[in-house]
Design a binder for this molecule. Structure first.
Ligand code: HEM
Ligand SMILES: *[C@@H]1O[C@H](CO)[C@@H](O)[C@H](O)[C@H]1NC(C)=O
Ligand SMILES: *[C@@H]1O[C@H](CO)[C@@H](O)[C@H](O)[C@H]1NC(C)=O
Length: 321
């Protein structure tokens, strides 16, 4: 009796172990990829990010967004980091990125230090994944083990950046389908949108929402109109989270319940539709948000990575070798 129960326990544990192994082989990435190749990698990334965020809190947000915009365009392959040249059109000037994504100098500063410690070893795509995690954590959010082993693209696609990244006017069904195209569920989408608990947006991205939208708190709309006029002031900034814009917390979801989402796409998550219940859960249960956000970040980080002998380890994140 004792014997048979312990052997079935063993069999159960063996199956668990095998499925863990199968999972990591399938995913191709793993958190220990650089453990012997570049043992100080994570310390370097963390310390440069800590300095950058100390200089400007917004940088934690900006780097997190860079990672999202990298992963959604042909996978997490560092393609967003490539500069345009006379012969090459990259992603930086695609509609969703131009005059908007920022933080490239911070990635360059990390890369310089990483190259000095471990030459031609660590991809820009992995540096971005680690820096995004540290940005979240430095602003009070969770931390997690980042899957590593991505390689860098030798090309980029402005047209894919224009078509794969959701815009701020997107409806709930568009958001669900654009995330679905990356194998991310509606739940993943709603959790990842919680990234808008930090950072800023330009007037041009939320003007339509504050002037012409029914699903908005009128006191909030009036406040935002003060610095985002009907015409002009396109670049004027407002916080995505009106209450705690430099703190990575679950207040974003509380804002949605009081109809104070800044972007139309934010408020779509609480519009009487399929995501309302989840928004309510996240608004009262920070641990539920945190857990789902971390799981969804890991999933997003697994979108079509280049591995093995595909791609390259770029020496300068702005250009192919
Ligand atoms: C659900 C669809 C999403 C839409 C439509 C969207 C759209 C936007 C827009 C329009 C801005 C303001 C850009 C500007 O004014 O220049 C913004 C900012 C931001 N987004 Fe998103 N976003 C989405 C999802 C995400 C996801 C999944 C993440 C990360 C996991 C993210 C992270 C951020 C951050 C942190 C900022 C602030 C950046 C800064 O202050 O520099 N967003 N987003
Ligand atoms: C552009 O292509 C030409 C011809 O192949 C090459 O000589 C030149 O160095 C390239 N310029 C850049 C900036 O890559
Ligand atoms: C609108 O926002 C104010 C705070 O600015 C809040 O007190 C009020 O409850 C909100 N209204 C609704 C309908 O949620």
């Amino acid at each position: 009796m004792g014997f048979s129960s312990s052997s079935s326990t063993n069999r159960f544990l063996t199956i668990c172990l095998l499925s863990l192994l199968a999972f990591s082989v399938n995913g191709q990435l793993n958190p220990n990829f650089y453990a012997t190749r570049c043992p100080n990698l994570q310390i370097i990334v963390r310390s440069v990010m800590a300095q950058a965020v100390a200089r400007e809190t917004r940088m934690g947000a900006s780097i997190l967004r860079l990672f999202f915009h990298d992963c959604f365009v042909n996978g997490c392959d560092g393609s967003i980091l490539l500069d345009d040249t006379a012969n090459f059109t990259g992603e930086k000037n695609a509609g969703p990125n131009m005059n908007s994504v920022r933080g490239f100098e911070v990635i360059d500063a990390i890369k310089t230090q990483v190259e000095a410690a471990c030459r031609a070893t660590v991809s820009c795509a992995d540096i971005l994944a680690l820096a995004a995690r540290d940005g979240v954590n430095l602003l009070g959010g969770p931390t997690w083990a980042v899957q590593l082993g991505r390689r860098d693209a030798r090309t980029a696609s402005q047209s894919a950046a224009n078509s794969n990244l959701p815009g701020p006017g997107s409806s709930l069904s568009t958001l669900i389908s654009m995330f679905g195209a990356k194998q991310l569920t509606a739940r993943d989408m709603t959790a990842l949108s919680g990234a808008h608990t930090i950072g800023l947006a330009r007037c041009t991205t939320f003007r339509g929402h504050i002037y012409n939208d029914g699903n908005i708190n009128s006191t909030f709309a009036a406040l935002r109109k003060q610095t985002c006029p009907q015409s002009g002031g396109d670049g004027n900034l407002a916080p995505l989270d009106i209450q705690s814009p430099t703190r990575f917390d679950n207040v974003y979801y509380q804002n949605l319940i009081s109809q104070r989402g800044l972007l139309h796409s934010d408020q779509e998550l609480f519009n009487g539709g399929s995501q309302d219940a989840l928004v309510r859960t996240y608004s009262t249960n920070p641990a539920a948000f945190s857990n789902d956000f971390v799981m969804a970040m890991i999933k997003m980080g697994n979108v079509s990575p280049l591995t093995g002998s595909n791609g390259e380890i770029r020496l300068n994140c702005r250009k192919v070798n």
